[in-house]
Design a binder for this molecule. Structure first.
Ligand SMILES: Cc1cc2nc3c(=O)[nH]c(=O)nc-3n(C[C@H](O)[C@H](O)[C@H](O)COP(=O)(O)OP(=O)(O)OC[C@H]3O[C@@H](n4cnc5c(N)ncnc54)[C@H](O)[C@@H]3O)c2cc1C
Length: 439
């Protein structure tokens, strides 16, 4: 009897549990599990993200009994050649919705078609795939709250449908071939204390959060000195966990719903990027293209002080140092440091977004760049450029004891004057905004 082999090409779904594409591949016979190290993506990935990827691949390989094949090169060459070698007519993937991912998958699909094979997209890193949440008139949502209402209903329907579908198949029967020895870039050998890779570690963290954080999530999620959020963003980024697995674990309590709402932000931003791929690095609101931003040498110097956490504002400096030390920053502080870069230093949001992508272990193009655009006032938020976070008042409100600042700033307490006067820069930001003469 001939055993059919198909390929499971892993990308942002580095798990064996609840992996629809893997389950579909396994239903057809044996599976050759493949990961392609794509030089284009490696070049744009910071060290912490690469380090986590390397460890996640090692964990996935262990889960697959050592069968994971790692090949290096252009996927439109590597994937068809792996398919030819394995005699596989189908390559299964979870669909990728990023601008680069879509282009790459079209090229791979065309190259496979030329050899008589197909690329089959099943599932995605989202509960409701981008493009799946539409207004009654069939158009996409531009703001979050109505998106959230429709998304929540669709997410429940999807989960109910999944519950009646065949169960998770677990680890499939794998075949393997020779992989490549890939030399990971120097920057990925980081001394940072990153989250432990792998599905077991991700579930350990979830269980810890259910026991110690979920019930108080609403109250605690804005206090950066306490471990009050899930810290699952890195696992979600690489699909070590799927958000639907977490939603299935939530019990509908108000605190759990608040958590699900945050998961929805991740999907909303992926949806916006899907609708408007150019918004990855360009203002979603094109009227802001005329905004006056500073890019001269003095601006570069201000940027360097921000990067190093030497602005003189404790909560900003603590955030930037938390990022440098751990590859992660608390959400409230991400908002504060982003607002500061754009509205107190008058720098392009893209500079900050790039720095975050280089340093964040959870760096995700959609969440990061649209998080930045939200802070810069040129993104999805109807709100206002006029919302300018005051770093001193934010610290009084969200870090009143200074515990967070003390945790990250060695030379605490800060004695020198801050690098700018917030009141002056706020007025300057508003002047620049008014000059746009946008309603
Ligand atoms: C300027 C800026 C840049 C950001 N860059 C990223 C990024 O590169 N990658 C990233 O995953 N998140 C990003 N975020 C969102 C958010 O800060 C992180 O998801 C969150 O801090 C991760 O910690 P957590 O897992 O403990 O979150 P929790 O509070 O436990 O939230 C649960 C999950 O919901 C999602 N989530 C929560 N808040 C947001 C949000 N505002 N936008 C999108 N998803 C959200 C994340 O997947 C998160 O893991 C950014 C936010 C801002 C303001």
């Amino acid at each position: 009897m001939t055993v059919l082999t198909s390929i499971m090409w892993f990308r942002r779904d580095l798990r064996v549990r609840a992996n629809d594409a893997l389950a579909a591949a396994a239903r057809g016979g044996s599976v050759l599990p493949l990961f392609v190290v794509d030089p284009v993506l490696i070049a744009s990935s910071g060290g912490p993200r690469l380090a986590f990827l390397r460890d996640s691949l090692a964990d996935l390989d262990r889960s697959l009994g050592g069968a994971l094949v790692v090949r290096v090169g252009d996927p439109s060459v590597v994937v068809p050649s792996a398919a030819r070698e394995a005699g596989a007519s189908t390559v299964f993937v979870a669909r990728d919705f990023t601008p680069y991912g879509r282009r790459r998958d079209r090229a791979v699909s065309d190259a496979l078609a030329a050899t008589g094979s197909v690329l089959r997209g099943i599932g995605s890193p989202y509960t409701v795939p981008p493009g799946g949440v539409l207004k009654p008139d069939g158009k996409p949502y531009a703001v979050f709250t109505p998106y959230w209402r429709t998304w929540r209903r669709l997410a429940s329907e999807n989960r109910a449908a999944a519950a009646s579908a065949p169960a998770d198949v677990g680890v499939p029967e794998c075949v393997t071939t020779r992989g490549d020895e890939f030399t990971w870039p120097e920057r990925s050998f980081t001394a940072l204390d990153l989250p432990v890779a792998g599905e077991a570690a991700a579930w350990d963290r979830w269980e810890w959060f259910v026991e110690h954080g979920l019930g108080t999530y609403g109250a605690a999620r804005n206090t950066p000195s306490i471990d009050g959020t899930s810290r699952l963003s890195t696992y979600l980024r690489w699909g070590v966990l799927h958000p639907s697995q977490l939603i299935d674990e939530c019990d509908g309590s108000p605190a759990a719903e608040e958590f699900v709402r945050e998961l929805c932000w991740r999907e909303f931003y992926a949806d916006v990027l899907h609708q408007r791929p150019e918004s990855a690095w360009k203002n979603l609101d094109g009227r802001f293209d005329r905004m006056q931003v500073d890019t001269d040498n003095a601006a570069r110097e201000r940027f360097a002080l921000w990067q190093q956490g030497h602005t003189g504002f404790p909560i900003v400096d603590a955030g930037m140092r938390q990022l440098a030390a751990t590859g992660w920053m608390h959400n409230r502080v991400r908002m504060i440091v982003a607002s500061f870069l754009v509205k107190d230093l008058h720098l392009p949001w893209q500079w900050g977004a790039r720095h975050f992508m280089d340093h964040l272990v959870d760096g995700d193009l959609a969440s990061n760049n649209h998080g930045w655009q939200w802070a810069a006032g040129c993104g999805t938020d109807a709100a206002p450029y006029h919302r300018i976070l005051n770093p001193t008042l934010q610290a009084e409100r969200f870090d009143p004891s200074g515990a967070y600042a003390q945790q990250w700033i060695e030379e605490w307490p800060l004695t020198g004057p801050p690098m700018v006067d917030h009141a002056v820069e706020r007025a300057e930001a508003l002047r620049r905004r008014a000059a746009l003469s946008v309603a």
